[in-house]
Design a protein around this ligand. Structure first.
Ligand SMILES: Nc1nc2c(ncn2[C@@H]2O[C@H](COP(=O)(O)OP(=O)(O)OP(=O)(O)O)[C@@H](O)[C@H]2O)c(=O)[nH]1
Ligand SMILES: [Mg+2]
Length: 219
């Protein structure tokens, strides 16, 4: 398993670096998704199921960012996608320069759909444009329906919200309608997909969104 040690990007403008990376990815026809959430909400599990469902249609790769450890990249590789692990030298987010270094190490020239699994954290990753074409976040049922109130920025910055672990709705006081209403107040245009990576519920809608948006990016 390839592991890359990253250091903080020395750059004047992360936003400018992010725009440049996005333009290059557009030319390469690689649709990059920045996947963000709190630790343990189910990013890797969701990616593994998505890869298994789509790998015969799309060439998929995953850049796995963690402060330490390489277990997630190994899990992704076992699901059948190219994967590289990057370590962030203690930092709680990925910026555009770090994303570029990771993507170059992984190689995405032949890839249709690339994911960056960002560091598990609901705060810092939302503050940095990574150069991705779309921001997707996960909120899992056990975390609670009040998270949009406490961590509004990530909900504001995301194009898609996946509300995961819906198979556990019966065990938690999670009000799905109330949660969606809170999110829509912050971001009226966000797409919301309730899903369970365990049972597969809702995965088709999410995967259709991926198919459509990957095709649109490549057009
Ligand atoms: N019941 C249920 N459990 C899930 C689901 N998705 C993930 N899990 C469980 O949630 C735990 C954490 O899942 P991960 O996929 O490792 O979460 P993560 O967001 O990648 O975690 P970090 O990379 O550490 O931030 C695991 O025990 C998964 O089995 C789901 O849809 N339903
Ligand atoms: Mg993970």
């Amino acid at each position: 398993m390839k592991v890359i040690e990253l250091h903080k990007s020395v750059t004047e403008s992360n936003d400018r670096d992010a725009d440049a990376l996005r333009s290059e990815l557009k030319i390469m026809k690689t649709f990059l998704i920045n996947l963000m959430s709190a630790p343990g909400s189910g990013k890797t599990t969701l990616l593994m199921r998505t890869i298994r469902d789509l790998k015969d249609e799309l060439r998929i790769a995953v850049l796995e960012a963690d402060i330490d450890a390489s277990v997630d990249a190994e899990r992704i590789a076992s699901a059948g996608a190219r994967s590289v692990q990057v370590h962030t030298d203690g930092m709680c987010h990925m910026d555009a320069g770090m994303t570029r270094t990771g993507l170059e190490a992984m190689g995405v020239g032949d890839i249709d759909l690339a994911f960056l699994e960002n560091i598990g954290n609901l705060i810092c990753p939302a503050e940095y444009d990574t150069g991705a074409a779309a921001n997707v976040m996960i909120l899992s049922v056990p975390e609670g329906d009040d998270k949009p109130l406490k961590y509004p920025l990530m909900f504001e910055k995301s194009d898609v919200l996946l509300i995961t672990k819906t198979d556990a709705l019966g065990y938690f006081d999670f009000d799905l309608d109330k949660c969606i209403e809170r999110v829509r107040r912050l971001n009226p245009v966000i797409k919301i997909f309730p899903v369970s990576a365990k049972t597969g519920e809702g995965m088709k809608e999410w995967e259709d969104w991926l198919r459509e948006n990957t095709a649109a990016w490549k057009a």
